[in-house]
Design a protein around this ligand. Structure first.
Ligand code: KDG
Ligand code: MG
Length: 403
């Protein structure tokens, strides 16, 4: 079998997605997600200009060899652009392999480890009352795990909180918006948020929170400790992960579990954190961490240290990523939870999916491969629109800050 064609499809049915489609001489095709939020066209060029010409004529069944060829062969290893491009090829090839075998992807990986995939939904509000309402709404829809975020009194705009109090979109279609930030206000507010949420939602529901890398290590330690009475499932990205020693400091002060890694793209980004048991959940995704082939290595390493998976699943990961992730989650032994921000109806008309949601769980489909395809004609009606994530500045003097 040979790869005869490969093309990149860029579309914006409400937000930008980059999709790779690979075709073979036997009429089978596969798709992969290559969306890198806010830097989409860099991956498009990487694929079109540098990767796709090398794929034509190769045997699509040699997934491992093609992965190594693109990783080692580039000489320039790792990085989000490279690893998203490799991920897209890898995901499309696993999709093709599933179709060759006539098996859903989870069967190729080793079969079912669980009946369904627990997902966490997003409850966001402009204030505590609105977030509590959203948590209760999610519980009523059957969610067993819910991430809670809210506006912070005294701060105008906070990323991850929509103006309407409902879903937020992780990019704005203009130049980057500027938000302001004050860690002291946030640290005072967040325990109050979770006190109210836990009181309203009861003991059973898993509560999660995303700090978006905004705290220093000692502030993150304070936050973790102040949230202990509310028994969170995790706090995510409490501090930037470039200096990984910071997580040792956080660990010394709190037993609140820690999730990290949505911006990681390689096993090398998380190896030390996992081996030192400084995190509890690894958030790396198929799309940004080198595809199924590489994420599997990360999960296997994590399993040795009882670190569980919690794959990133915001709406900037396309339905192709979500479809593949659900198969991965159905198989992976050390599964923790899967993030789930439902895509809009328009997005799901461009991408056809076969998963279903029921009582807080997602069920992957049984179609061969990962079960997601793209309607290219419809996609062409929604061309790329420039869009960016916001930036964060300290409220008191405008210094640029992490978020
Ligand atoms: O592109 C970045 C978003 O996906 C990210 O900010 C969302 O932090 C996020 C999350 O946990 O989903
Ligand atoms: Mg996050």
């Amino acid at each position: 079998m040979k790869i005869t064609a490969a093309r990149v499809i860029v579309c914006c049915p409400g937000r930008n997605f980059v999709t790779l489609k690979i075709e073979t001489d036997e009429g089978l095709s596969g798709v992969g997600d290559a969306t890198l939020n806010g830097r989409e066209l860099a991956v498009v060029s990487y694929l079109q200009d540098h990767v796709l010409p090398c794929l034509i004529g190769r045997d699509p069944q040699q997934i491992e060899d093609i992965w190594q060829y693109l990783y080692k062969g580039a000489y320039w290893r790792r990085g989000p652009v490279t690893m998203s491009a490799i991920a897209a090829v890898d995901t499309a090839l696993w999709d093709i392999k599933g179709k060759i075998a006539g098996l859903p992807l989870y069967q190729l990986l080793g079969g079912r480890s669980r009946s369904a995939v627990m997902v966490y939904g997003h409850a966001t509000g402009r204030d505590i009352a609105e977030t509590v309402d959203e948590v209760l709404r999610h519980q009523a829809e059957g969610y067993r795990a819910i991430r809670a975020q809210s506006g912070v009194p005294g701060l105008d705009k906070v990323y991850g909180v929509s103006g309407s109090g409902r879903m937020y979109e992780p990019a704005d279609s203009h130049l980057p918006a500027e938000h302001d930030w004050d860690s002291a206000k946030y640290l005072r507010h967040t325990p109050r948020l979770f006190e109210a949420v836990r009181a309203a939602a009861g003991e059973e529901v898993h509560l999660l929170h995303d700090v978006h890398h905004r705290l220093t290590p000692i502030e993150a330690a304070q936050l973790g400790r102040s949230l202990e009475p509310y028994r969170l499932f995790w706090i995510e990205d409490p501090t930037p992960a470039e200096n990984q020693q910071a997580f040792r400091l956080i660990r010394q002060h709190t037993t609140t579990p820690i999730a990290v890694g949505e911006v990681f793209n390689s096993i090398w980004d998380c190896k030390w954190l996992i081996e030192e048991q400084l995190i509890d959940y690894i958030r790396a995704t198929i799309t940004h961490a080198g595809g199924i082939t590489h994420l599997r290595r990360i999960a296997d390493l994590a399993d040795l240290y009882q670190v569980r998976t919690g794959c990133h699943g915001a709406t900037d990961l396309s339905p192709v990523c979500m479809g593949a992730a659900l198969h991965f989650d159905t198989w992976v032994p050390n599964f923790g939870v899967q993030e789930y921000m439902p895509h809009s109806e328009l997005m799901l008309s461009v991408f056809q999916c076969d998963w279903r949601f029921e009582q807080g769980m997602l069920y992957c489909g049984e179609k061969p491969g990962h079960g997601v395809d793209i309607d290219e004609k419809l996609a062409a009606r929604y061309p790329y629109q420039r869009a960016y994530l916001p930036v964060n500045r300290l409220q008191h003097d405008g210094s640029l800050h992490s978020w």
